[in-house]
Design a protein around this ligand. Structure first.
Ligand SMILES: Cc1cc2nc3c(=O)[nH]c(=O)nc-3n(C[C@H](O)[C@H](O)[C@H](O)COP(=O)(O)OP(=O)(O)OC[C@H]3O[C@@H](n4cnc5c(N)ncnc54)[C@H](O)[C@@H]3O)c2cc1C
Length: 425
């Protein structure tokens, strides 16, 4: 088949790699000049004029991202050298919090919880009991339960120091609104499934080099087209094919964000049968009501600034908005470069930056100057309890893929990659 893939984010590139492997002729159309979508890097400069790459937002992968890691290997990136593998840690600058030892599941979680610093036995037992209950119920719960409801038997300390940071980093949605069902799925796959599933994988090379650039090269070497700087404005159905950028395709995979998909589909109904047009309208209506959460990454610099480990959790509240700090000097940046991440961020950027820098001073003892901030207003869909997500099939010969398409995961690289792979049959 001749397949058009619209969007060269991680989902579109995953679809393109699978389609090429299956022997299809593939053309990828990407609006931006660089592939990678929300997970890519850009050129930046240090105060002394040194050039460097920054990521569109600091990302974390985990060991349970099996499809993503496999796909990186397939396009020639070695995850073991590209990503720094660490046991799951949710530790604060004072050393309190959870750090799992290097052991097989579930022993890593059991021993990590039993030895968490700064937690009383009441805290530890509340988590061990809840974990046993979740496992007993096979990590199932009702669709409309929130993470806060799921965790109400836990001690306040465990909620503040583990559940809330874990929930906001995995689902980018505060616990009082976040879906317990999706949260439990993330816990199950990371903590209780495969060895190393809960490991944190921190990029040691920039995000574009982690997959998008390598995938684009891999496709080009196999005759695939990746047309950058080409925003598709319309999709035109024909009798048994689709026209994209004045070319006929047997199948189209729409690998853009939910918002862009809705926009593109606004003009698409003429030419479809009545039943196909109704299906498309219903898909669009489901995608249209998704809500989004922002993420702000503040890149800050201080000569000699260093964290005691590559990633630390921060104590977060409205006056201290960042939840995590990353020492890019220990990862892929110059020494002294710290990335401070505000998940589910809101409010004015300048005020957020000021609070984050003051927080770094108070909690990390670092005097940092802002280098560059990136706010992605629609970083992820709000992964709320009871949420209905649009499915993969839009109309005959037209499919959607992306992190927002119905699936077990929240908006993550693994969710995007899995969706891209399953769009190609
Ligand atoms: C700041 C930030 C931090 C994050 N942190 C993490 C993390 O730590 N771990 C994690 O797993 N995930 C994280 N995520 C989520 C992850 O980045 C996304 O889930 C993933 O990148 C989504 O990929 P996608 O292919 O579905 O969509 P996108 O990346 O949005 O790709 C869509 C592509 O389509 C293109 N496009 C749109 N319209 C058109 C058009 N009309 N014609 C042609 N092209 C078009 C866009 O330019 C874009 O390149 C984070 C996201 C952000 C923004």
């Amino acid at each position: 088949m001749k397949i058009a893939i619209i969007g060269a984010g991680w989902s579109g590139l995953a679809a393109a790699v699978r389609a090429t492997r299956s022997g299809h002729e593939v053309a990828v159309f990407e609006a931006s000049k660089t592939p990678g979508g929300r997970a890519r890097s850009f050129n930046a400069m240090l105060p002394d004029g040194r050039a460097m790459q920054l990521d569109n937002g600091q990302h974390i992968l985990i060991g349970a991202y099996h499809q993503t890691l496999q796909l990186m290997r397939e396009v020639g990136v070695d995850p073991e050298s590209a990503l720094l593998r660490l046991p799951l840690t949710m530790q604060f600058p004072d050393g309190c919090g959870l750090k799992l030892p290097v052991l097989r599941a579930p022993w890593d979680a059991l021993i990590g919880i039993s030895t968490a610093r700064g937690w009383s036995w009441t805290d530890r037992l509340s988590l061990l009991r809840a974990a046993a209950r979740w496992q007993w119920s096979r990590f199932a719960c009702s669709d409309d339960q929130t993470v806060a409801q799921l965790c109400q038997s836990l001690s306040a300390k465990v909620i503040q120091e583990l559940i809330e940071p874990l929930c906001v980093s995995a689902l980018n949605t505060p616990a009082d609104r976040a879906s317990a069902k999706v949260f439990l799925r993330v816990l199950q796959d990371s903590l209780f499934s495969t060895p190393g599933g809960s490991n944190l994988l921190l990029p040691r090379i920039d995000l574009s080099a982690c997959f998008p650039d390598a995938a684009a090269r891999w496709l080009a070497a196999r005759g695939g087209r990746v047309a950058l700087g080409q925003r598709v404005q319309a999709l035109t159905p024909q009798s048994s094919s689709w026209r994209v950028q004045d070319e006929a395709f047997d199948q189209v995979v729409l690998a853009v964000s939910a918002t862009d998909a809705v926009r593109l589909l606004e003009q698409t109904e003429p030419g479809l049968s009545a039943s196909a047009a109704r299906r498309l309208q219903s898909w669009r209506a489901t995608a249209q009501v998704l809500q989004f959460e922002a993420i702000t990454t503040v890149y800050a610099y201080g000569p000699g600034a260093r964290l005691r480990q590559p990633m630390l959790a921060l104590r977060s509240d409205p006056a201290n908005p960042a939840q995590f700090a990353f020492d890019r000097g220990q990862l892929n940046g110059p020494a002294g470069l710290i990335a401070l991440v505000v998940s589910a961020s809101s409010g004015e950027l300048a005020a957020t930056e000021q609070r984050v820098l003051a927080q770094a001073h108070r909690q990390l003892g670092l005097d940092l100057k802002k280098l560059r901030s990136v706010t992605e207003k629609r970083a992820t869909f709000a992964c709320t309890a009871g949420l209905q997500r649009p499915g993969m099939d839009i109309a005959p010969g037209l499919r959607a893929c992306g992190d927002y398409v119905d699936g077990p995961y929240p908006a993550t690289l693994e969710g995007a990659v899995r969706s891209g792979l399953s769009a190609i049959t």
